[in-house]
Design a protein around this ligand. Structure first.
Ligand SMILES: Cc1cc2nc3c(=O)[nH]c(=O)nc-3n(C[C@H](O)[C@H](O)[C@H](O)COP(=O)(O)OP(=O)(O)OC[C@H]3O[C@@H](n4cnc5c(N)ncnc54)[C@H](O)[C@@H]3O)c2cc1C
Length: 430
C-alpha cells in the first residue's frame, strides 16, 4: 500500500530541504518528482567547465544556503562585474550601473499601483540611459513583463538594489548541482522519479495524491496525512486540488511566472584573447534581444552567458533552437567587435534549457503582478494538511534558491512540530 505520513511533491531545492528536515525529525515521507533528475530549476551540467542551465548566483544575504555550504564543505566566491552599456553600436563603461537603476526605482511614489511600463510612461523623469538600466534590470533580474509587474513591489525592493551588501553576488565554485547532490544524500530511497502528480484530494490529516508515471502512462495513487507542494506556480495552476482553498486561488491570481532565455556559449580558450585583460565584461544593452551578457569572471573559464528576460524572451522562445543560437552568435559578434564567422569558429557548444516549454516548470520564476497584496503571513498551509513551499511562497526571497530552501525548511518544521505536539498529547493522555 502506498501509504506514508508526508507526501512531498518535487525534488527541487524546496522539496529536498523539506525532506532533509523530516528525515532528521524522523517523520516518514516520500517525494514524487516528475522528471528523472534532482534539483528542479537548479540544474548543473557536470562538465569542464560546468554549465548552469538555471541558477548560478547567491543573491545578497543567503543564511540558509551559507549554512549548507559550510556543512557540506563547499566553496563560494564573490563576483565583481565590470559593467558596460552597449547602444547604437557603441560600448561605454557604466561603473554606476546600480546607482542609475536605483534612482528610477527609489523615485516610485504611488497611491495606486500601476505596471512598471505605465510608471515609466507617466511619471519617470530620469534619463533614457537610467530608464534603460532599470528596464534591463526588471526584465532580467525579475524575469518580469514590464506591462504586468507591480511598481509598488519594485519600490519595496529598493533596499535590495541600493544596499551593496544586499546586492552582493556570489557563485558556488562547482555550481548549485553540488549543493543539490549533498542535500539529497540518503534521500534517494524515498524519491519516486518520473511520477507526474495531476490531482490532490484532501481533508484534515488525510491526503490522496494521484498521477501517472511518465512515458509509461501508468496511473499511481499515494496516501498520506499531509502534503507539501513545491511545484512552480505555473505548474500548480494545472493541478486539480480538491477542495481548492480560496486564498490559494487569490494568491495564484496575484503572481505571474516570469520568462527567461539563458544561453551559455562554451568557447575555445583562444576566444578570450580578443578582449582586454583576456576577460569579458558585463554588458547591458537595450538594442539586443539578449539584453545582458556576462562571463564566469573572476574565474577564467571559457564561457559567455546571454540572458533575456520578461516579454522580450517570448520572441526568442518562439524560435527554433538553431535560430536562437544564430541570434546568440550575431549579437555576441556585435558586442565583441568580431565577425559572426570569427565567433562561430571559436564556439564548442551553446547550452540552453527551455524552461517555458518544459511542463515541469512552465516558466523561470515568479514575480508580483500589479495590485499584489502582501499577506501578513504568506498562505502556506491549510488545516495543517495542505502545505505550499517553493520560491513563490517565500515573500522576501521569492525567485531565488535561498527562498526555495527556506520555504521548504519552514513547511517541514511546522509539520514536525505538529507531530511532536500530537505525540506529546498522546503520551499525556496515557
Ligand atoms: C534560468 C534561471 C536562472 C535563475 N537564476 C537564479 C540565480 O542566479 N540565483 C537564484 O537564487 N535563483 C535563480 N533562479 C531561480 C531558482 O532556480 C528557483 O527560485 C529555485 O531553484 C526554485 O526551487 P523550487 O524548489 O521552488 O522549485 P523547482 O526547482 O521548480 O522544484 C519543483 C520540482 O517539482 C517538480 N514537479 C513539477 N511538476 C510536478 C508534478 N506535476 N509532479 C511531480 N513533480 C513535479 C519539478 O520537476 C521540480 O523538480 C533561476 C531560475 C532560472 C530558471
Amino acid at each position: 500500500m502506498n501509504q506514508t505520513k508526508v507526501i512531498i511533491i518535487g525534488a527541487g531545492a524546496a522539496g529536498l530541504m523539506a525532506a532533509r528536515v523530516l528525515k532528521e525529525q524522523r517523520v516518514d515521507f516520500i517525494i514524487l518528482e516528475s522528471t528523472h533528475r534532482l534539483g528542479g530549476r537548479a540544474n548543473t551540467l557536470k562538465s569542464h567547465p560546468h554549465i548552469e542551465y538555471g541558477p548560478e548566483y547567491l543573491h545578497g544575504d543567503t543564511p540558509l544556503t551559507d549554512k549548507l555550504v559550510e556543512r557540506f564543505g563547499l566553496t563560494t566566491y564573490d563576483v565583481k562585474f565590470d559593467y558596460h552599456y552597449f547602444k547604437d553600436g557603441e560600448m561605454r563603461a557604466t561603473p554606476d550601473f546600480w546607482e542609475r537603476l536605483t534612482h528610477v526605482i527609489e523615485d516610485i511614489d504611488l497611491k495606486n499601483d500601476i505596471s512598471f511600463s505605465d510608471y515609466l510612461r507617466m511619471y519617470d523623469q530620469n534619463s533614457k540611459i537610467d530608464q534603460d538600466m532599470a528596464k534591463i534590470f526588471v526584465e532580467g533580474f525579475d524575469a518580469a513583463d514590464l506591462d504586468t509587474i507591480s511598481s509598488k513591489e519594485l519600490h519595496d525592493m529598493k533596499d535590495q538594489v541600493a544596499d551593496p551588501k544586499v546586492r552582493r553576488l556570489r557563485r558556488l565554485l562547482n555550481g548549485y548541482g553540488e549543493l543539490i547532490e549533498n542535500l539529497a544524500q540518503d534521500l534517494l530511497p524515498h524519491i519516486y522519479f518520473s511520477h507526474i502528480v495531476e490531482e490532490i484530494v484532501w481533508n484534515r490529516d488525510k491526503v490522496t495524491v494521484r498521477g501517472a508515471i511518465k512515458e509509461e502512462d501508468i496511473p499511481f495513487e499515494f496516501f498520506g496525512e499531509k502534503v507539501i507542494n513545491t511545484m512552480s506556480v505555473g505548474v500548480l495552476r494545472n493541478v486539480f486540488i480538491s477542495p481548492m482553498p480560496d486564498l490559494l486561488n487569490h494568491f495564484l491570481d496575484q503572481v505571474e511566472m516570469g520568462q527567461v532565455v539563458k544561453m551559455i556559449g562554451e568557447f575555445h580558450p583562444a576566444f578570450f584573447y580578443a578582449f582586454e585583460d583576456h576577460s569579458f565584461p558585463f554588458v547591458a544593452s537595450p538594442d539586443l534581444n539578449f539584453s545582458a551578457w556576462w562571463s564566469a569572471s573572476p574565474l577564467h573559464l571559457p564561457i559567455v552567458t546571454a540572458w533575456c528576460g520578461g516579454a522580450r524572451a517570448r520572441k526568442l522562445t518562439a524560435m527554433t533552437e538553431d535560430e536562437r543560437k544564430e541570434v546568440y552568435i550575431q549579437e555576441l559578434a556585435k558586442i565583441s567587435s568580431l565577425s559572426p564567422e570569427e565567433v562561430r569558429c571559436q564556439i564548442i557548444n551553446i547550452h540552453h534549457h527551455n524552461w517555458d516549454e518544459d511542463p515541469s516548470f512552465l516558466g523561470a520564476y515568479s514575480y508580483p503582478r500589479v495590485n499584489y497584496r502582501r499577506m501578513a503571513e504568506m498562505v502556506t498551509s491549510f488545516e495543517n494538511t495542505l502545505y505550499f513551499a517553493g520560491e513563490a511562497f517565500h515573500e522576501e526571497m521569492s525567485g531565488t534558491v535561498e527562498g526555495a530552501l527556506q520555504s521548504g525548511k519552514e513547511a517541514a518544521e511546522e509539520i514536525a512540530t505538529a507531530y511532536e505536539m500530537q505525540n506529546l498529547r498522546f503520551e499525556q493522555s496515557l
